[in-house]
Structure formats: C-alpha cells, structure tokens
Write a protein that binds this ligand. Structure first.
Ligand SMILES: NC(=O)c1ccc[n+]([C@@H]2O[C@H](COP(=O)([O-])OP(=O)(O)OC[C@H]3O[C@@H](n4cnc5c(N)ncnc54)[C@H](OP(=O)(O)O)[C@@H]3O)[C@@H](O)[C@H]2O)c1
Length: 346
C-alpha cells in the first residue's frame, strides 16, 4: 500500500463522515426535478436561527416570491414556527420582497392564549402578486418563551386539544429541525466546563429529541439538520456526540415515513474576514466557536483543506438542500428510508 493510500485510509477511518453512516448518500440534484409544495404543512424548529430563517425565506420565495422554481398555478403551503420571542417575520421577508412587488401579506391575525406563560399565535397569509395564479403561504408563529414546555404544547395539539388555533395535527406532512446551540449564549453563563457541556446537550440532544418525539408519526417526513461528523469526533467531542446520538435515536426510536439527515461542514455566512471579526470578536465578547467556524468556512471554502472540516459550504446551499428534501416527491418504493445529505451533496 502506498503512503498516499495509507493516508487516505487513515483519513476515511478518522475523519470522513461516511464512516459512521449505513445508508448511501444521494446527490441532491437527483431529487431536485420533482418537488411539490402544494397542500403541505411543515413544522419548523429553530426558525429564528441562521439556517432556519433562510429555510422559511426560501419557501416563501419559492411559492409566492420571485423564484421561477415552482411553476404551479394553485398552491397552498402552511408553515408552523415556534419561537421563544416574537422576531418579526415580515421584516426578514421584506428583503426578498423589496418594494412589495412579489407578494403581499393578506391577513395578520394575533391570538393571545392562556397557557402556563402568556402565549401568542400570529397567523399571516402571503399571496403571490401574479394575478394568473393563486399561491398562498400560510404562516403560524407560536410565541412561547419557555421552550422546555414546547413538547407539552405539541402533545396537546396532537391529542386534538387545539387551543392554539393551529391547523389540524393530522394535516402535518413535514418536520424540520434546525434547532441547535451555534449562537448560544452559554459562554456568558457562569456554568463551568461541565455545566456548559450539559447545557449544550440539553438543547442539541434533549430538547431536540423531546420536540421531535412529541410530533413524530409514521406518515411524517423529517429533515434533521446536524453536522458533519466522524468516528473520532463523534466518540470524543461532546458537540459531535450529541449530534450523532440525536441522529441515531431519531432514526431508531421514532417512526417517520422518511428521514433526511443534513450534515454540512462549517457554513459560510459572511463575505469578508473583517465582517467575521466585527460580528463575532469585536462586539464586546468573543464568540469563539462561531468565530472559528466562520473563519474556517470562509477561508477554506473550495480549497483542498476544506475536506478536513467536512467540506465548507455556503449557508444558502444548506437551506436550499433542506427545502428540496422537504418538498421532494418520493415515488421510488425502494429508495432508502434514511438519506444523508453532506456538503458534497448540496
Ligand atoms: N455554524 C456552522 O457552521 C454549522 C455547521 C454544521 C452544523 N451546524 C448546526 O446547524 C444547526 C443550526 O445552525 P444555525 O447556525 O442556524 O444555529 P443558530 O443560528 O444558533 O440557531 C439555532 C436555533 O435554535 C434555537 N435554540 C437554541 N437554543 C434554544 C433553546 N434552549 N430553546 C429553544 N430554541 C433554542 C435558536 O432560537 P433563539 O433564536 O431563540 O435563540 C435558533 O432558532 C445547529 O444545530 C448547528 O450545530 C452549524
């Protein structure tokens, strides 16, 4: 065996995420041709995060916005978002709807609800301005500050106690989880190393799993955003172990019609190194993890070094991959139940 082959084999065992998978990866362009947004109802966890918000924006843009991707005359899509605080969705949608040219908001209804804490559901509907078609995106935003109670909310919704005025649970067709600790403020908390690791697991694994479990059923499709991984990372670094445990438990302990596991490398958000410094290092305190991840992503994107970090990828490609997987039509009865999507597949 040559030295190159030996290095390659060593790399595969230690770092390549393919090593911990048991299903073949599919290239995303294979499913791009057939996607259907109509009559779909999707619950999105982590919709206020960098990727989650892009997923929401992409879906709205694809259905009622300028995108030429969807060529359906009539289309009705529903999104259900759950948030800890009211982040005005309209503001982020403004970026893709400048001067109000592509779509308009036709309803905005705010419903205050009495739960353990004051809660609110904002229901907005957006329609395309193209008069020849009737396309509607309906968005329900549940605002409830205590996320440890979200699974109880989902359980009551599932049991037909619909005090949240949401669409019927039985109409739910998809679940996306982009929930995680990337921009988490754990570093500000006085937790100590062990406390921070436990806190990270509470979100990345415990909260995520309990929410997914609360809504799971055998006819639902799930798109789970985790991270690139490897045998070495997954067995020694807590962050990667959490991601791996979540993937394993969602795949083996819960029932889903189809499971897409999205495993990107570090993703590129910023356009300049200075922007990364400004955002993550110069604003009072250093957000070390996000800073390093952004420096690596931006500087190694499309270089040979990129593969050592699970291949750096543009954040837009990650959110687009999630959208395509979510609305892809799967006619092939023999296709894999679990599909892994890595940076290389996006
Ligand atoms: N950054 C990278 O390069 C990279 C690469 C590969 C994989 N990933 C993974 O991709 C996922 C999404 O990344 P991202 O950059 O979009 O993350 P992000 O911007 O930090 O968003 C995380 C989302 O999770 C929510 N969340 C966090 N803690 C919560 C809690 N205790 N209760 C309820 N919601 C909570 C956040 O809500 P709030 O807005 O309320 O905080 C936010 O919506 C993460 O799991 C991350 O590990 C990241």
């Amino acid at each position: 065996m040559t030295v190159t082959k030996l290095i390659k084999k060593g790399y595969n065992i230690l770092l390549d995420s393919g090593f911990v998978e048991n299903s073949v990866c599919k290239r995303l362009n294979q499913i791009e041709g057939s996607i259907d947004y109509n009559q779909k109802c999707t619950l999105i966890l982590g919709s206020t995060g960098a990727i989650g918000l892009q997923v929401v924006n992409n879906i709205v843009a694809s259905v009622v916005g300028p995108s030429k991707h969807v060529d359906l005359n009539d289309c009705q899509t529903t999104l259900i978002l759950i948030k800890r605080k009211d982040t005005f969705l309209g503001e982020s949608l403004y970026a893709i709807n400048e001067y109000n040219v592509f779509f308009e908001e036709i309803t905005r209804q705010i419903i205050n609800i009495e739960l353990k804490h004051p809660a609110m559901v904002i229901h907005s509907s957006f329609i395309s301005k193209r008069k020849t078609c009737s396309k509607v995106v309906s968005v329900y935003e549940i605002i409830y500050p205590d996320s440890s109670n979200w699974s109880t909310i989902f359980k009551t919704w599932r049991n037909n106690i619909n005090n949240l005025c949401l669409p019927d649970y039985k109409k739910l067709t998809g679940l996306v989880s982009c929930l995680g600790t990337t921009k988490s403020k754990l570093k500000h908390d006085n937790l100590g190393y062990k406390g921070k690791i436990a806190s990270q697991r509470n979100v990345d694994y415990e909260l995520n799993f309990s929410l997914i479990k609360a809504v799971s059923n055998a006819s639902l499709k799930i798109i789970l955003l985790t991270s690139f991984n490897s045998y070495t990372l997954g067995s020694s670094v807590p962050y990667f172990k959490n991601k791996l445990d979540l993937e394993k438990d969602v795949s083996s302990k819960l029932e889903f019609a189809k499971i897409f596991i999205v495993r990107p490398g570090p993703y590129v958000f910023c356009s300049f190194n200075y922007e990364i410094f400004e955002k993550y290092a110069l604003n009072g305190s250093l957000d070390y993890r996000s800073f390093m991840s952004q420096i690596i992503a931006y500087n190694f994107y499309k270089t040979h070094v990129s593969k050592f970090f699970g291949y750096c990828v543009q954040s837009y490609d990650v959110s687009k991959a999630i959208e395509l997987a979510l609305f892809s039509i799967d006619d092939d009865k023999h296709s894999n139940h679990i599909v892994y999507i890595q940076s290389k597949n996006m």
